[in-house]
Design a protein around this ligand. Structure first.
Ligand code: AMP
Length: 325
């Protein structure tokens, strides 16, 4: 039987190349392998910090568009909205009964969000329980996770073990599937991660060619003129080399050789050209999908139709174990 992969995409704003290389690209590539894939738009997860409903609705739609435009293929993967599969939430309630408040309070992401000034609502605190349910409801074997979600996956395993210990083996323990792409750094400050919170340093998937060129040409580097890969001593040029390598498939060593003695301007120009060409098919597909809201929603509905019976079956098993039916 094929191994199962589950991954959620949180709709929290426009996607940048860091989101693509750090998360979506891996999901697309996994479609070449023999897995059963559940990819969902994590709309419930996106409500734990203050938001505007109208804006959120667009972000959810845009997340689906970006995922499809990037190559997530509904023929190969089950793609759906988290809120269209109620069993996720029903399971989260049951898992909450075997999770301690101490475990939740120890989550780094929760502490960071509260420290950053977000209201510590129960949703923000309980977020990892819903994430555990998202994963365990499909008996996932693997979950692609970035560094930031590793602690939540560990908690998912702990919750599954506690439940299994109390009620008998019910859940598969999921393993992390690590992404080879390291963090993409900000173009304006390469010592920091590219992040929506600093839009100046982001290269968005929707940026038109002129903007891509401008952003890359003005990306922060250093006062040296040669091209070399040394993320610690030369974060700017190394970040550009990593990005170049990820979109072209050429190794950073090969790129360093290719641009030996050519200076920053030539290197950046070439990267900008490669990036524009790389984004073109994605942007063409994106524009088409943006005009076809009904079509996109239909894809998500069809995905939920496939996910619901699988999730309901697992939920029934869990309820039985827990003494409900
Ligand atoms: P966010 O939009 O920050 O919630 O991130 C969504 C996903 O994109 C997560 O899996 C992150 O690990 C990944 N991601 C976000 N920013 C970056 C970045 N600068 N480099 C690599 N991956 C990133």
């Amino acid at each position: 039987m094929s191994k199962i992969i589950v991954s959620g995409l949180k709709p929290s704003g426009e996607l940048h190349i860091g989101n693509y290389l750090g998360a979506i690209k891996q999901l697309v590539e996994l479609q070449k392998k023999d897995y059963k894939r559940f990819y969902f738009i994590a709309d419930y997860h996106a409500l734990t910090t203050k938001y505007d409903p109208k804006e959120k609705r667009e972000q959810i739609f845009n997340m689906a568009v970006d995922a499809l435009a990037s190559g997530i293929d509904p023929k190969k993967s089950i793609i759906f909205l988290q809120s269209d599969v109620p069993a996720h939430n029903n399971l989260a309630w049951l898992l909450g009964t075997v999770t301690s408040s101490g475990q939740l309070n120890r989550m780094i992401e929760y502490k960071e969000k509260v420290q950053a000034g977000h209201v510590p609502n129960a949703g923000l605190l309980n977020y990892p329980i819903l994430m555990a349910a998202d994963i365990l409801i499909y008996d996932a074997n693997f979950v692609p996770v970035g560094e930031d979600q590793r602690q939540h996956l560990e908690l998912t395993r702990d919750i599954a073990e506690t439940f299994n210990g109390r009620f008998g083996k019910t859940f598969q323990l999921p393993n992390a599937l690590h992404n080879e792409t390291s963090r993409v750094m900000s173009l304006s400050d390469p010592t920091k991660k590219m992040s929506k919170t600093m839009p100046n340093g982001c290269l968005f998937l929707s940026d038109p060619p002129k903007v891509v060129e401008k952003k890359i040409m003005s990306a922060q580097t250093d006062s040296q003129t040669s091209i070399s890969f040394d993320p610690k001593k030369r974060p700017g040029v190394s970040n550009l080399l990593s990005i170049y390598s990820s979109i072209s498939g050429k190794s950073t060593e090969k790129l360093v050789k290719e641009f030996e003695g050519k200076g920053y301007a030539g290197f950046k120009k070439s990267l900008a050209k490669e990036m524009v060409a790389f984004l073109k098919p994605l942007q063409t597909k994106r524009k088409k999908l943006l005009k076809d809201r009904r079509g996109v929603m239909k894809i998500l509905e069809a995905g939920a139709k496939k996910a619901n019976p699988i999730a309901e079956k697992k939920l029934a098993e869990v309820k039985k174990r827990a003494g409900l039916i």
